[in-house]
Ligand binder design. Structure first.
Ligand code: ASP
Length: 309
């Protein structure tokens, strides 16, 4: 019987047990639990991988703990600019959005771009106009504001640095989100959504919305969602490289993800991680940082929610 499965991440980085209070750890686990359940319930009812990754990602976007949607990080100029992408491994259809503000759930916008426009990626005013045309929810600045992200930004604002939000040495560290799933029909999909990196230049675009870099799905190989230092994941074409290693070299999902994350990315100082599934329902969660907020569940009864190495 076909195994169905889902994996999610909430960002990777310097996430150490000593830096998290028990309350905060419990809150993260709850956020991860809610998201994995939202996605898994869809798969259990015979829903598609595409529906499952969308639901799980929306759940994470709506949780203020994670750097996507509500609670997105601040750019150098104090704005929130979000990137997201989604890809259907069955058809190779993809949708992406870059640098949008005000959109409550950027992953839903990416899905609408994929399903209801002639394009793969929209940005700026065109993306906002399309959001409104599609009747997707818009929020004001106050919705995206979070005090801890503001405090993180204040710490690095006057220095010429950008930071993975979970690497900033404040009490709280949070991250980008994503989901990959394989449904009961053996179709796979991937979605990723992010506020990007704290203190990033305005209009900077990371790996998340770039198909093949931060997000990729192909039934013939794998579905991948990445998190980490976007510039390096872009240069590594990380998600597609995993697919290529499987397609051209015959590596397994696990071997391919380890080659990219633990070897190729490490060689260029590309800190972060990724989650993946293949069309047999195998899941893999690999990272080269101290931790990655992550979870997986499958129809064989396996389930894991974890934060640290
Ligand atoms: N990859 C994201 C970016 O560079 C950041 C993250 O994963 O936390 O925009």
């Amino acid at each position: 019987m076909q195994t169905f499965s889902i994996a999610i991440h909430g960002g990777a980085g310097t996430i150490l047990k000593k830096d998290l209070t028990a309350e905060l750890e419990a809150a993260y686990n709850k956020g991860l639990e809610e998201a994995i359940t939202a996605g898994y319930n869809i798969l259990e009812k015979g829903g598609t991988a595409l529906e499952a990754v969308t639901a799980a990602t929306v759940s994470l976007e709506n949780c203020i703990l994670f750097n996507a949607g509500k609670g997105a990080v601040f750019t150098k100029t104090g704005t929130h600019e979000m990137d997201a992408a989604i890809m259907d491994g069955r058809t190779l259809d993809a949708g992406a959005v870059a640098g949008v503000s005000a959109v409550k759930n950027p992953v839903e916008l990416a899905l609408a771009i994929m399903q209801k426009s002639d394009h793969v990626m929209l940005s700026g005013d065109g993306a906002l106009q399309f959001t409104k045309q599609q009747g997707l929810q818009i929020e004001d600045d106050a919705y995206f504001f979070s005090q801890f992200r503001y405090d993180q930004w204040q710490l690095v604002k006057n220095e010429n640095v950008i930071a993975l939000d979970h690497n900033i040495q404040t009490e709280k560290k949070f991250g980008t989100v994503g989901a990959v799933a394989c449904d009961a029909h053996g179709n796979i999909a991937a979605a990723t959504s992010t506020g990007g990196m704290t203190n990033k230049n305005f209009n900077r675009i990371g790996d998340t919305p770039v198909i093949g870099a931060g997000t990729y799905a192909n039934n013939a190989t794998c579905a991948i969602s990445c998190t980490g230092h976007g510039e390096l994941f872009l240069r590594a074409v990380a998600a597609y490289d995993v697919s290529c290693l499987m397609e051209y070299k015959g590596l397994s999902l696990q071997q391919a993800m380890e080659t990219v994350t633990l070897d190729k990315l490490v060689k260029i100082n590309g800190e972060g991680g990724m989650i993946g599934v293949d069309a047999k329902g195998n899941t893999s969660l690999v990272f080269n940082s101290d931790g990655m907020y992550r979870a997986m569940q499958n129809s064989k009864g396996e389930k894991q929610i974890a934060i640290y190495r």
